[in-house]
Design a protein around this ligand. Structure first.
Ligand code: MLT
Length: 275
């Protein structure tokens, strides 16, 4: 992979070199900044790395990342995102890490587990699901992709600034609505379209989780309407060494609605993976 096609890998904390790093994968349509509330709270001395996924934040477009990887440029895929994360980690000298992702980041973490199993020493699945989209969800994503490209603006996903919050925080946290809207406004239509098409084509990865014998955590907001608690329980049912955290009065963005239990779950996962 050339430097031009490399994901931007942000070092959110520089910890002890002898400890496993924590890799955090962001949700849609955001970038690595959504993790800052959590990383400020992590105890101990972990190194925390957070890439911007293809097209988001400071990373190159999905098509450019695919080209740099020698993958098809006309078929957006989270496999490309996962391979690009693996390449960025390899470039940073990381051979093994605890990998955690929220929602779309969780889909990429599962693709990484399938495609680069030796890299994953522990797995954090936050407000995400292992199942594929149904036909209606897939069609909605393709519509959104076509709309943002036709309009050359990301207004079609502004609704996510409230949809990602739980019913409690939609009312109680206007500050969070504003922050999330700001993050969404910073992303481009090409990134939104590429990611929607990539998510639409992702397979069911429940069996990949069933084959993982390392430590895992599943975290879900009790008010998450996008990847609700039954989706979390479905993953917990198949993982072999897993701890579940249900976060009260939080929706899909537990990382920002209630970062303390998310940081605690990730700190526990790092301890178990290190043991
Ligand atoms: C996310 O938060 O990343 C999205 O809800 C993922 C999705 O659209 O499935």
């Amino acid at each position: 992979m050339t430097t031009d096609g490399m994901l931007r890998l942000h070092v959110l904390r520089q910890g002890a070199p002898d400890r496993l790093p924590l890799v955090l994968l962001h949700g849609f349509p955001l970038d690595h900044r959504m993790w800052l509330d959590v990383t400020d709270l992590l105890p101990g001395d972990p190194t925390v790395l957070a890439p911007d996924l293809p097209g988001f934040g400071a990373s190159p477009a999905g098509e450019d990342v695919a080209e740099a990887l020698g993958a098809p440029t006309d078929a957006p895929s989270l496999d490309v995102a996962a391979d690009a994360v693996a390449a960025a980690l390899q470039d940073a000298g990381v051979e093994r890490a605890v990998v955690a992702g929220l929602s779309m980041g969780g889909y990429v973490a599962m693709a990484l587990l399938e495609r680069h199993p030796g890299l994953v020493a522990g797995l954090g699945l936050i407000d995400t699901r292992s199942t594929a989209d149904d036909d209606a969800a897939r069609a909605r994503r393709l519509d959104v992709a076509a709309t943002v490209l036709a309009e050359m603006r990301v207004d079609a996903v502004f609704g996510m600034r409230t949809a990602v919050l739980g019913a409690t925080n939609r009312v109680a946290r206007p500050d969070l609505v504003d922050r999330i809207e700001g993050w969404i406004r910073d992303q481009g239509p090409a990134a939104v379209a590429w990611a929607q098409r990539a998510m639409a084509s992702r397979p069911d990865r429940t069996e990949v989780l069933a084959g993982f014998d390392g430590p895992a955590v599943v975290v879900v907001g009790e008010e998450d309407e996008l990847a609700p608690p039954p989706a979390a329980e479905h993953m917990v049912d198949v993982l072999r060494d897993v701890e579940l955290t249900v976060v009260p009065r939080a929706g899909h963005m537990t990382s920002n609605e209630s970062p303390e239990p998310v940081a605690a779950a990730l700190a526990g996962l790092l301890r178990r993976a290190q043991a």
